[in-house]
Design a protein around this ligand. Structure first.
Ligand code: STR
Length: 503
């Protein structure tokens, strides 16, 4: 009897204390939820997450909460709210939730993409940034040269399969792999290397099984039971690590501290100069190096190749857009030279098309989930420490109050009336995220997209395959929003062929 009274009293006191603490605080509306399961029984798992979250806005508004099992999560859309999360209070929300799947991929939160906000993350990010500056500034081995080399190889390979029904996935993958490989290791893969296909398979599999709202990320104890999905992820991550370790080992032997030429060199040099045993500096271990390389490698490959495929698919659906781009290439570049980065100011139709592809099919429709490192607020709402934050970029890029006919593919929305200048019709657009966690490779990605597409369209016409089937524009949800496999025919352009003959 006594103990019952004491427990009741304590519960009551706790309840009153909580109420007092929360006095004056306002929280976002929350979906219905049950103990343990959270809001899951009330959520529809048929739709892709970003589309379902967008639908929920009709009922709950532009900021709402739900319980992802035991985890409190908030979804925001609308540019001003997202800006608060990513930019204005960027530091408050700059961490990442620890999840079973991302922990497997990142060796328990090492590397950059999925690691917690703090000195370690900052140090590795800075080292990657310094390597980027190396490749931007140097005239001998800069990004432009590397990308053009790979664009050339890509076009040669497409010319070899000219007129055949071709799935462009492998060629796009190879081009993106080889650019990032030169950045990471200072060398590249040959087209027929058997590693390429192995890499493409494990990379694709990792993308598909990550961030797919897998139940283990919500209830970590599920991993104690046999789980096919998780075993597959572990196997693929193991393959990836083995391949990277092999490459690191070979390159390590060539390392000279006074000649830093790529990301691995930069990390090895930092490791040699690291005084973590004497000072408070974060430590640099081989595993950290592996995970940082893995992040940059994976991000560089999966994102670029995916957007090139989306662009090709949209141009197949909208041949009139493709013709406008080609007309501009013919006028501004012609056939006697190949495209360079400086042509960006001139090829406005291509630039606006790339912007539109990144709007209508963002690489990461929900970005990567953020985590509140401290108690903070969004708009008038209090956000407790530890809240998972999903920024619904999909909804922001399809907001009908910001975009005219958002569901339509209209590259000209990024051009002024006279089609003479690129414009930004609204600020509700950030395909690379923004704030402290903004995409680190935006510059490289934009350069690759422009050059790969310009090179391809200067030489080739894109035609539907023999079965007349156009690519599905629906997309498959994963940590990268990928297009389903499709085929097309690359046909050398008549004008290009004639120019080559007369040259
Ligand atoms: C792709 C597959 C792989 O082998 C390794 C990685 C790690 C980094 C990931 C990458 C992935 C997918 C795209 C991500 C990137 C970090 C940033 C990028 C998620 C899973 C995006 O935000 C789109």
């Amino acid at each position: 009897m006594w103990w019952f009274l004491i427990i009741s009293l304590l519960t009551l006191l706790y309840y009153i204390w909580q109420k007092l603490r929360n006095l004056g605080k306002k929280y976002p509306v929350c979906l219905p939820h049950l103990p343990i399961l959270g809001s899951l029984p009330y959520m529809n798992s048929c739709d892709q997450a970003h589309i379902y979250f967008t639908k929920l806005e009709e009922k709950y508004g532009h900021i709402y909460a739900f319980w992802q099992g035991p985890w409190y999560a908030v979804v925001v859309s609308k540019f001003p709210l997202a800006k608060e999360v990513l930019l204005k209070k960027g530091k408050d929300f700059a961490s990442r939730p620890r999840m079973v799947t991302t922990d497997i991929l990142s060796g328990s939160g090492k590397g950059i993409a999925f690691s917690e906000y703090g000195p370690q993350w900052r140090m590795y990010r800075k080292l990657v940034q310094s390597t980027f500056s190396l490749f931007r500034d140097r005239s001998s081995l800069n990004f432009e040269k590397i990308i053009c080399q790979e664009a050339n190889t890509l076009c040669m390979s497409l010319a070899n399969t000219e007129g055949q029904n071709l799935d462009p996935a492998l060629d796009c993958f190879l081009a993106a792999v080889n650019v990032i490989c030169q950045f990471c290791f200072g060398n590249s893969w040959k087209q027929n290397d058997k590693d390429i296909e192995i890499m493409m398979n494990f990379s694709d599999s990792i993308v598909k099984s990550l961030a797919k709202d897998s139940l283990t990320d919500i209830f970590p104890w599920i991993q104690l039971f046999p789980n096919k999905q998780l075993t597959l992820l572990k196997e693929n991550v193991k393959l990836r690590n083995k391949l990277l370790e092999k490459k690191i080992k070979i390159q390590k032997e060539k390392f000279k501290i006074d000649s830093v030429n790529n990301l691995l060199d930069m990390l090895l040099k930092a490791k040699m100069n690291n005084n973590s045993h004497l000072t408070q500096e974060p430590e640099i271990t081989d595993e950290h190096i592996l995970m940082t390389m893995g992040d940059i490698f994976g991000a560089g490959v999966e994102t670029t190749s995916s957007v090139v495929k989306w662009s090709i698919a949209y141009l197949l659906h909208y041949p009139q857009v493709k013709e406008k781009i080609q007309k501009e290439i013919d006028q501004k570049i012609g056939f006697t030279r190949t495209p360079v980065l400086n042509d960006r100011q001139q090829l406005l139709h291509l630039e606006s098309t790339i912007r539109e592809v990144l709007r209508i099919r963002p690489v990461a429709p929900l970005l990567i989930p953020h985590l509140a490192c401290t108690e903070s607020s969004i708009g008038e709402y209090t956000i407790p420490k530890g809240t998972r934050i999903y920024v619904n970029l999909w909804s922001i890029h399809h907001d009908p109050t910001e975009w005219d006919e958002p569901e339509k593919f209209k590259p000209e929305r990024f051009l002024d009336k006279n089609k003479e200048q690129l414009i930004m019709p609204t600020s509700s657009y950030f395909p690379f995220g923004c704030g402290p966690r903004v995409c680190i490779g935006e510059f490289l990605a934009r350069a690759e997209l422009f050059l790969f597409l310009a090179w391809i369209l200067q030489r080739f016409d894109l035609e539907v395959p023999d079965d007349g089937e156009l690519p599905s524009l629906e997309g498959e949800y994963g940590v990268v929003y990928q297009i389903a496999p499709f085929k097309l025919k690359f046909k050398l352009r008549k004008a290009w062929r004639e120019a080559q003959l007369s040259a």
